[in-house]
Design a protein around this ligand. Structure first.
Ligand code: HEC
Ligand code: HEC
Length: 295
Protein backbone atom coordinates (compact mmCIF):
# COMPACT_ATOMS: atom_id res chain seq x y z
CA UNK A 1 0.00 0.00 0.00
CA UNK A 2 1.40 3.34 -0.99
CA UNK A 3 2.00 5.97 1.67
CA UNK A 4 0.73 8.92 -0.30
CA UNK A 5 -2.18 9.14 -2.78
CA UNK A 6 -1.15 9.99 -6.35
CA UNK A 7 -4.84 10.20 -7.44
CA UNK A 8 -6.32 12.50 -4.79
CA UNK A 9 -9.22 13.71 -6.95
CA UNK A 10 -10.76 10.51 -8.26
CA UNK A 11 -12.66 9.64 -5.06
CA UNK A 12 -10.62 6.54 -4.12
CA UNK A 13 -10.56 5.31 -0.52
CA UNK A 14 -6.79 5.72 -0.26
CA UNK A 15 -6.29 1.91 -0.42
CA UNK A 16 -3.83 1.18 -3.19
CA UNK A 17 -2.21 -2.18 -4.06
CA UNK A 18 0.53 -3.12 -6.49
CA UNK A 19 1.29 0.54 -7.22
CA UNK A 20 -1.92 1.35 -9.09
CA UNK A 21 -4.87 -0.88 -8.11
CA UNK A 22 -7.29 1.43 -6.23
CA UNK A 23 -10.46 0.89 -4.28
CA UNK A 24 -13.00 3.49 -5.43
CA UNK A 25 -15.81 4.92 -3.38
CA UNK A 26 -18.59 4.79 -6.03
CA UNK A 27 -22.19 4.15 -4.94
CA UNK A 28 -23.66 0.85 -6.25
CA UNK A 29 -25.55 1.21 -9.56
CA UNK A 30 -29.15 2.34 -9.34
CA UNK A 31 -30.55 -0.90 -10.82
CA UNK A 32 -28.76 -2.86 -8.10
CA UNK A 33 -30.20 -0.72 -5.31
CA UNK A 34 -33.69 -0.96 -6.81
CA UNK A 35 -33.42 -4.76 -7.01
CA UNK A 36 -32.41 -4.84 -3.37
CA UNK A 37 -35.37 -2.67 -2.29
CA UNK A 38 -37.71 -4.86 -4.38
CA UNK A 39 -36.30 -7.88 -2.60
CA UNK A 40 -37.18 -6.41 0.80
CA UNK A 41 -40.66 -5.53 -0.38
CA UNK A 42 -41.21 -9.06 -1.75
CA UNK A 43 -40.17 -10.56 1.60
CA UNK A 44 -42.90 -8.54 3.28
CA UNK A 45 -45.48 -9.40 0.59
CA UNK A 46 -44.62 -13.10 0.84
CA UNK A 47 -44.76 -13.05 4.61
CA UNK A 48 -48.26 -11.60 4.48
CA UNK A 49 -49.47 -13.80 1.63
CA UNK A 50 -48.11 -17.23 2.62
CA UNK A 51 -47.79 -19.11 5.91
CA UNK A 52 -44.39 -17.83 7.08
CA UNK A 53 -43.67 -16.70 10.60
CA UNK A 54 -43.43 -19.27 13.40
CA UNK A 55 -45.60 -18.59 16.43
CA UNK A 56 -45.65 -20.47 19.76
CA UNK A 57 -48.65 -22.52 18.55
CA UNK A 58 -47.71 -23.05 14.90
CA UNK A 59 -47.21 -20.34 12.30
CA UNK A 60 -49.00 -17.41 10.66
CA UNK A 61 -51.55 -18.65 8.11
CA UNK A 62 -51.07 -16.09 5.33
CA UNK A 63 -53.95 -14.22 3.69
CA UNK A 64 -53.99 -16.54 0.65
CA UNK A 65 -55.01 -19.56 2.74
CA UNK A 66 -52.41 -21.57 0.82
CA UNK A 67 -51.34 -25.00 2.01
CA UNK A 68 -49.42 -27.65 0.10
CA UNK A 69 -52.26 -30.09 0.69
CA UNK A 70 -54.85 -27.68 -0.71
CA UNK A 71 -52.73 -27.09 -3.77
CA UNK A 72 -52.41 -30.85 -4.25
CA UNK A 73 -56.20 -31.25 -3.95
CA UNK A 74 -56.85 -28.50 -6.45
CA UNK A 75 -54.34 -29.94 -8.92
CA UNK A 76 -55.93 -33.33 -8.48
CA UNK A 77 -59.38 -31.94 -9.23
CA UNK A 78 -58.01 -30.14 -12.27
CA UNK A 79 -56.52 -33.42 -13.46
CA UNK A 80 -59.80 -35.29 -12.94
CA UNK A 81 -61.75 -32.59 -14.75
CA UNK A 82 -59.24 -32.73 -17.59
CA UNK A 83 -59.59 -36.50 -17.83
CA UNK A 84 -63.38 -36.32 -17.73
CA UNK A 85 -63.26 -33.80 -20.57
CA UNK A 86 -60.53 -35.21 -22.82
CA UNK A 87 -60.93 -38.92 -22.11
CA UNK A 88 -64.66 -39.11 -21.43
CA UNK A 89 -65.02 -42.18 -23.62
CA UNK A 90 -62.20 -44.13 -21.95
CA UNK A 91 -63.35 -43.16 -18.46
CA UNK A 92 -66.88 -44.34 -19.25
CA UNK A 93 -65.59 -47.66 -20.56
CA UNK A 94 -63.53 -48.15 -17.40
CA UNK A 95 -66.74 -47.70 -15.44
CA UNK A 96 -68.72 -50.17 -17.49
CA UNK A 97 -66.29 -52.97 -18.40
CA UNK A 98 -64.84 -55.63 -16.13
CA UNK A 99 -61.07 -55.71 -15.53
CA UNK A 100 -60.77 -58.75 -17.83
CA UNK A 101 -62.63 -56.92 -20.60
CA UNK A 102 -60.49 -53.81 -20.16
CA UNK A 103 -57.37 -55.95 -20.56
CA UNK A 104 -58.61 -57.31 -23.86
CA UNK A 105 -58.89 -53.80 -25.29
CA UNK A 106 -55.23 -52.94 -25.87
CA UNK A 107 -55.66 -49.15 -26.09
CA UNK A 108 -57.90 -48.99 -23.06
CA UNK A 109 -55.52 -51.20 -21.07
CA UNK A 110 -52.64 -48.85 -21.87
CA UNK A 111 -54.80 -45.89 -20.81
CA UNK A 112 -55.69 -47.65 -17.55
CA UNK A 113 -52.04 -48.39 -16.90
CA UNK A 114 -50.89 -44.85 -17.56
CA UNK A 115 -53.54 -43.31 -15.32
CA UNK A 116 -52.69 -45.71 -12.46
CA UNK A 117 -49.07 -44.88 -11.82
CA UNK A 118 -49.78 -42.01 -9.43
CA UNK A 119 -52.53 -43.98 -7.69
CA UNK A 120 -50.17 -46.89 -7.18
CA UNK A 121 -47.53 -44.53 -5.81
CA UNK A 122 -50.00 -42.98 -3.37
CA UNK A 123 -51.87 -46.06 -2.16
CA UNK A 124 -49.76 -49.15 -2.77
CA UNK A 125 -46.04 -48.44 -3.10
CA UNK A 126 -45.53 -47.85 0.63
CA UNK A 127 -46.13 -51.58 1.17
CA UNK A 128 -45.43 -53.15 -2.21
CA UNK A 129 -42.50 -50.99 -3.26
CA UNK A 130 -42.09 -48.76 -6.29
CA UNK A 131 -43.44 -50.49 -9.38
CA UNK A 132 -44.55 -53.43 -7.21
CA UNK A 133 -40.97 -54.56 -6.56
CA UNK A 134 -41.92 -55.78 -3.09
CA UNK A 135 -40.58 -55.27 0.44
CA UNK A 136 -39.34 -57.85 2.97
CA UNK A 137 -42.81 -58.58 4.37
CA UNK A 138 -44.92 -57.51 1.40
CA UNK A 139 -45.27 -59.56 -1.77
CA UNK A 140 -43.72 -58.60 -5.10
CA UNK A 141 -46.47 -57.74 -7.58
CA UNK A 142 -44.25 -57.50 -10.63
CA UNK A 143 -43.44 -61.22 -10.96
CA UNK A 144 -45.56 -64.21 -11.94
CA UNK A 145 -45.54 -65.78 -8.48
CA UNK A 146 -49.00 -65.30 -7.02
CA UNK A 147 -50.44 -66.06 -3.62
CA UNK A 148 -54.09 -65.51 -4.48
CA UNK A 149 -53.89 -65.44 -8.24
CA UNK A 150 -52.79 -63.14 -11.03
CA UNK A 151 -55.68 -62.91 -13.47
CA UNK A 152 -57.27 -59.47 -13.70
CA UNK A 153 -60.48 -60.56 -11.99
CA UNK A 154 -58.71 -62.13 -9.01
CA UNK A 155 -56.44 -59.12 -8.60
CA UNK A 156 -59.54 -56.92 -8.63
CA UNK A 157 -61.14 -59.10 -5.97
CA UNK A 158 -57.97 -58.77 -3.87
CA UNK A 159 -58.15 -54.99 -4.05
CA UNK A 160 -61.87 -54.76 -3.34
CA UNK A 161 -62.12 -57.12 -0.37
CA UNK A 162 -58.54 -57.26 0.92
CA UNK A 163 -56.72 -60.49 1.80
CA UNK A 164 -55.51 -62.17 4.92
CA UNK A 165 -53.42 -65.28 4.48
CA UNK A 166 -53.88 -67.93 7.12
CA UNK A 167 -51.37 -70.57 8.11
CA UNK A 168 -51.56 -72.40 11.44
CA UNK A 169 -48.59 -72.38 13.85
CA UNK A 170 -46.63 -75.66 14.13
CA UNK A 171 -44.54 -74.92 17.23
CA UNK A 172 -45.82 -78.21 18.73
CA UNK A 173 -43.70 -80.17 16.22
CA UNK A 174 -40.58 -79.02 18.08
CA UNK A 175 -37.43 -77.32 16.80
CA UNK A 176 -35.73 -80.44 15.47
CA UNK A 177 -38.58 -81.49 13.20
CA UNK A 178 -39.24 -77.96 12.07
CA UNK A 179 -35.56 -77.66 11.13
CA UNK A 180 -35.84 -80.88 9.10
CA UNK A 181 -38.90 -79.57 7.26
CA UNK A 182 -37.07 -76.31 6.49
CA UNK A 183 -34.07 -78.29 5.12
CA UNK A 184 -36.46 -80.21 2.89
CA UNK A 185 -38.11 -77.01 1.65
CA UNK A 186 -34.72 -75.43 0.87
CA UNK A 187 -33.81 -78.59 -1.07
CA UNK A 188 -37.17 -78.40 -2.85
CA UNK A 189 -36.62 -74.80 -3.89
CA UNK A 190 -33.26 -75.82 -5.33
CA UNK A 191 -34.63 -78.88 -7.16
CA UNK A 192 -33.00 -81.40 -4.75
CA UNK A 193 -36.19 -82.62 -3.06
CA UNK A 194 -35.29 -86.25 -3.80
CA UNK A 195 -32.02 -86.11 -1.79
CA UNK A 196 -31.81 -88.85 0.83
CA UNK A 197 -30.55 -86.29 3.35
CA UNK A 198 -33.91 -84.52 3.41
CA UNK A 199 -36.21 -87.54 3.41
CA UNK A 200 -37.11 -87.07 7.09
CA UNK A 201 -38.28 -83.53 6.33
CA UNK A 202 -40.24 -84.79 3.36
CA UNK A 203 -42.23 -87.28 5.43
CA UNK A 204 -42.91 -84.60 8.02
CA UNK A 205 -44.12 -82.21 5.30
CA UNK A 206 -46.44 -84.89 3.93
CA UNK A 207 -47.59 -86.08 7.34
CA UNK A 208 -48.28 -82.67 8.96
CA UNK A 209 -50.99 -81.40 6.64
CA UNK A 210 -48.76 -78.87 4.86
CA UNK A 211 -49.60 -80.35 1.46
CA UNK A 212 -53.29 -79.61 1.98
CA UNK A 213 -52.54 -75.94 1.37
CA UNK A 214 -49.13 -75.91 -0.28
CA UNK A 215 -49.63 -78.93 -2.55
CA UNK A 216 -47.63 -82.17 -2.45
CA UNK A 217 -44.90 -80.65 -4.60
CA UNK A 218 -44.93 -77.31 -2.79
CA UNK A 219 -46.94 -75.70 -5.55
CA UNK A 220 -50.51 -74.86 -4.50
CA UNK A 221 -53.23 -75.86 -6.96
CA UNK A 222 -54.23 -72.87 -9.09
CA UNK A 223 -57.92 -73.48 -8.41
CA UNK A 224 -57.35 -73.31 -4.64
CA UNK A 225 -55.26 -70.18 -4.54
CA UNK A 226 -58.10 -67.68 -4.65
CA UNK A 227 -59.26 -68.61 -1.16
CA UNK A 228 -56.11 -70.17 0.30
CA UNK A 229 -53.41 -67.72 -0.70
CA UNK A 230 -50.74 -70.28 0.18
CA UNK A 231 -47.21 -69.49 -0.98
CA UNK A 232 -45.52 -71.52 -3.69
CA UNK A 233 -42.65 -73.23 -1.85
CA UNK A 234 -41.11 -74.91 -4.88
CA UNK A 235 -39.91 -71.93 -6.91
CA UNK A 236 -37.40 -70.35 -4.54
CA UNK A 237 -39.31 -67.05 -4.62
CA UNK A 238 -39.59 -65.95 -1.03
CA UNK A 239 -42.80 -64.64 0.42
CA UNK A 240 -41.05 -63.31 3.53
CA UNK A 241 -37.71 -62.20 2.26
CA UNK A 242 -35.90 -60.70 5.26
CA UNK A 243 -32.79 -62.49 6.55
CA UNK A 244 -31.66 -66.06 6.02
CA UNK A 245 -34.24 -68.18 4.14
CA UNK A 246 -34.03 -71.17 6.46
CA UNK A 247 -34.40 -69.03 9.60
CA UNK A 248 -37.28 -67.22 7.93
CA UNK A 249 -39.08 -70.49 7.07
CA UNK A 250 -38.54 -71.83 10.58
CA UNK A 251 -40.22 -68.75 11.99
CA UNK A 252 -43.16 -69.04 9.58
CA UNK A 253 -43.64 -72.74 10.30
CA UNK A 254 -43.29 -72.34 14.05
CA UNK A 255 -45.56 -69.34 14.49
CA UNK A 256 -47.79 -69.45 11.40
CA UNK A 257 -49.29 -66.51 9.53
CA UNK A 258 -51.84 -64.16 11.10
CA UNK A 259 -52.18 -66.37 14.18
CA UNK A 260 -52.79 -65.31 17.77
CA UNK A 261 -49.17 -65.39 18.99
CA UNK A 262 -46.51 -62.71 19.31
CA UNK A 263 -44.11 -63.97 16.65
CA UNK A 264 -46.61 -64.86 13.98
CA UNK A 265 -46.25 -63.36 10.51
CA UNK A 266 -48.48 -60.40 9.97
CA UNK A 267 -49.78 -60.48 6.39
CA UNK A 268 -52.84 -58.36 5.74
CA UNK A 269 -53.74 -56.71 2.47
CA UNK A 270 -56.22 -53.93 3.35
CA UNK A 271 -59.58 -53.76 1.53
CA UNK A 272 -59.88 -50.76 -0.76
CA UNK A 273 -63.62 -50.85 -1.49
CA UNK A 274 -64.93 -47.49 -0.28
CA UNK A 275 -61.44 -45.96 -0.11
CA UNK A 276 -60.98 -45.79 -3.88
CA UNK A 277 -63.69 -45.64 -6.52
CA UNK A 278 -64.62 -48.85 -8.31
CA UNK A 279 -63.26 -47.37 -11.51
CA UNK A 280 -59.87 -46.71 -9.90
CA UNK A 281 -59.77 -50.25 -8.51
CA UNK A 282 -60.34 -51.66 -12.01
CA UNK A 283 -57.68 -49.34 -13.35
CA UNK A 284 -55.23 -50.55 -10.70
CA UNK A 285 -56.06 -54.22 -11.33
CA UNK A 286 -55.12 -53.76 -14.95
CA UNK A 287 -51.97 -51.88 -13.91
CA UNK A 288 -50.88 -54.68 -11.54
CA UNK A 289 -51.66 -57.27 -14.20
CA UNK A 290 -49.50 -55.42 -16.68
CA UNK A 291 -46.57 -55.08 -14.26
CA UNK A 292 -45.35 -58.20 -15.94
CA UNK A 293 -46.72 -61.24 -14.16
CA UNK A 294 -50.39 -61.23 -15.13
CA UNK A 295 -51.98 -64.59 -15.82
C1 HEC B 1 -50.60 -51.89 4.40
C2 HEC B 1 -49.84 -52.54 3.39
C3 HEC B 1 -50.48 -52.74 2.03
C4 HEC B 1 -51.02 -51.80 1.18
C5 HEC B 1 -51.17 -50.30 1.41
C6 HEC B 1 -51.38 -52.50 -0.02
N1 HEC B 1 -51.10 -53.82 0.11
FE1 HEC B 1 -51.43 -55.24 -1.31
N2 HEC B 1 -50.85 -56.67 0.03
C7 HEC B 1 -50.34 -56.44 1.28
C8 HEC B 1 -50.02 -57.71 1.91
C9 HEC B 1 -49.42 -57.90 3.29
C10 HEC B 1 -50.38 -58.70 0.97
C11 HEC B 1 -50.26 -60.21 1.16
C12 HEC B 1 -51.46 -60.68 1.91
C13 HEC B 1 -51.25 -62.05 2.42
O1 HEC B 1 -50.12 -62.54 2.36
O2 HEC B 1 -52.22 -62.66 2.89
C14 HEC B 1 -50.88 -58.01 -0.19
C15 HEC B 1 -51.35 -58.66 -1.33
C16 HEC B 1 -51.67 -58.03 -2.52
C17 HEC B 1 -52.02 -58.69 -3.74
C18 HEC B 1 -52.10 -60.19 -3.94
C19 HEC B 1 -50.82 -60.69 -4.51
C20 HEC B 1 -50.84 -62.16 -4.83
O3 HEC B 1 -49.74 -62.69 -4.94
O4 HEC B 1 -51.91 -62.73 -4.98
C21 HEC B 1 -52.27 -57.72 -4.69
C22 HEC B 1 -52.65 -57.93 -6.13
C23 HEC B 1 -52.07 -56.45 -4.03
N3 HEC B 1 -51.72 -56.66 -2.71
C24 HEC B 1 -52.22 -55.23 -4.64
C25 HEC B 1 -52.22 -54.01 -3.96
C26 HEC B 1 -52.57 -52.75 -4.57
C27 HEC B 1 -52.89 -52.52 -6.04
C28 HEC B 1 -52.52 -51.82 -3.59
C29 HEC B 1 -52.85 -50.33 -3.68
C30 HEC B 1 -54.22 -50.03 -4.00
C31 HEC B 1 -52.11 -52.50 -2.35
N4 HEC B 1 -51.95 -53.82 -2.63
C32 HEC B 1 -51.93 -51.88 -1.14
C33 HEC B 1 -50.14 -55.21 1.87
C34 HEC B 1 -50.56 -54.01 1.35
C1 HEC C 1 -54.21 -73.62 6.05
C2 HEC C 1 -53.26 -73.57 4.97
C3 HEC C 1 -51.78 -73.80 5.29
C4 HEC C 1 -51.21 -74.89 5.87
C5 HEC C 1 -51.88 -76.13 6.42
C6 HEC C 1 -49.78 -74.64 5.86
N1 HEC C 1 -49.53 -73.43 5.28
FE1 HEC C 1 -47.69 -72.62 4.97
N2 HEC C 1 -48.55 -70.95 4.25
C7 HEC C 1 -49.90 -70.76 4.08
C8 HEC C 1 -50.14 -69.45 3.59
C9 HEC C 1 -51.51 -68.85 3.31
C10 HEC C 1 -48.87 -68.85 3.43
C11 HEC C 1 -48.57 -67.48 2.84
C12 HEC C 1 -48.87 -66.49 3.86
C13 HEC C 1 -49.20 -65.18 3.24
O1 HEC C 1 -48.40 -64.63 2.51
O2 HEC C 1 -50.31 -64.73 3.51
C14 HEC C 1 -47.89 -69.81 3.86
C15 HEC C 1 -46.53 -69.58 3.88
C16 HEC C 1 -45.58 -70.53 4.20
C17 HEC C 1 -44.17 -70.31 4.17
C18 HEC C 1 -43.44 -69.03 3.80
C19 HEC C 1 -42.82 -69.14 2.43
C20 HEC C 1 -41.84 -68.03 2.11
O3 HEC C 1 -41.39 -68.03 0.94
O4 HEC C 1 -41.51 -67.19 2.94
C21 HEC C 1 -43.59 -71.50 4.56
C22 HEC C 1 -42.12 -71.80 4.66
C23 HEC C 1 -44.67 -72.43 4.82
N3 HEC C 1 -45.86 -71.80 4.60
C24 HEC C 1 -44.48 -73.74 5.21
C25 HEC C 1 -45.50 -74.56 5.65
C26 HEC C 1 -45.28 -75.86 6.25
C27 HEC C 1 -43.94 -76.53 6.42
C28 HEC C 1 -46.50 -76.34 6.60
C29 HEC C 1 -46.81 -77.62 7.33
C30 HEC C 1 -46.06 -77.85 8.55
C31 HEC C 1 -47.48 -75.35 6.20
N4 HEC C 1 -46.84 -74.30 5.64
C32 HEC C 1 -48.85 -75.52 6.36
C33 HEC C 1 -50.90 -71.67 4.34
C34 HEC C 1 -50.72 -72.89 4.93
Amino acid sequence: MAGHNPWPDEGNTGHIWDEDIRELDNPPPLWWMLAQYMGFIMIIVYAIYYPTIPTPTGHTQGVAGWTAYREYKEDFETLNAYRAREFAEQEKMLEELSPAEILKNQDLAVYAEKTSKALFGDYCAACHGTGGAGNPDFPVLADDDWLFGGNAQTIYKTLVQGRKGNMPAYAHLGDEKIGQIADYLIAMSEGREGDASVSAGKSLFMGSGCAGCHGATGKPMAAMRDFMGAANLSDGIRRFSAGDYKESMIRTIKYGVNQANENTRYAVMPAFAGRLSDKDLKRLSVYVHRLGGGE
